[in-house]
Design a protein around this ligand. Structure first.
Ligand code: FES
Length: 205
């Protein structure tokens, strides 16, 4: 196994990598968890090969953290012995890769024809004003991100949107407000449950 240098170790723990993309703003500690660097190391070790590993690895990382920030792209480049520009070229070429953080709840509002003629624009505007974000943005608490998509295959439910993998239809501004309230409450419940679980795990046996 390769010994990691002190510099590499620091880069992994701080998320700061020097190089092609210039100086990065230091990333909040929770933004790239140490497990992400480990995941990349382990994936590379388990999949010997060359450049053909790039897209599957990027998929795996995006599946884990929802997007591909530049420090991660640089680390992937290092580990696959590619140049950062090659990695960036692939990430920017394919629409399914993104460098924008996504929220825990990804709201994808449909603007296909059926949804558009049934006031899909109003649904979009209601979300934008409720969450104070625009298309492609994420809320500060990282709970919601907003995208506009074309036909999600639920035209009979127009206007419709997806929340992660769930379809929601017949939407109105009021329905959207209710849905956002429900999702916030769900996130609070889940956070409280996991805090409780952590606390009970900390108790001495
Ligand atoms: S146009 Fe919106 S689901 Fe088809």
């Amino acid at each position: 196994m390769n010994e990691r240098t002190g510099v590499e170790e620091r880069q992994r723990t701080t998320g700061e990598l020097p190089g092609f993309f210039g100086t990065h703003e230091p990333l909040p500690a929770d933004e790239i968890r140490p497990e992400v660097w480990d995941l990349i190391d382990q994936w590379v070790a388990a999949h010997p090969g060359g450049r053909e590993r790039l897209i599957p690895l990027l998929h795996r990382v995006q599946e884990e953290i929802g997007y591909l920030p530049f420090p991660v792209q640089e680390y992937v480049a290092q580990q696959l012995a590619l140049s950062p520009i090659e990695v960036y070229g692939v990430v920017s070429f394919y629409h399914f890769f993104t460098t924008n953080p996504r929220g825990r709840y990804q709201l994808k509002v449909c603007m296909g024809t059926a949804c558009f003629v049934r006031q899909g624009q109003r649904v979009l505007e209601a979300i934008e004003s409720l969450l104070a974000i625009g298309i492609g943005d994420v809320t500060e608490d990282r709970l919601f991100s907003l995208e506009q998509v074309r036909c999600i295959g639920a035209c009979g439910l127009a206007p419709a949107m997806m929340v992660n993998d769930e379809v929601h239809g017949h939407l109105t501004a009021t329905e959207v407000r209710k849905l956002v309230r429900k999702l916030r409450a769900r996130a609070r419940r889940e956070s409280a449950a996991s805090a409780e679980e952590e606390a009970s795990g900390d108790e001495p046996a």
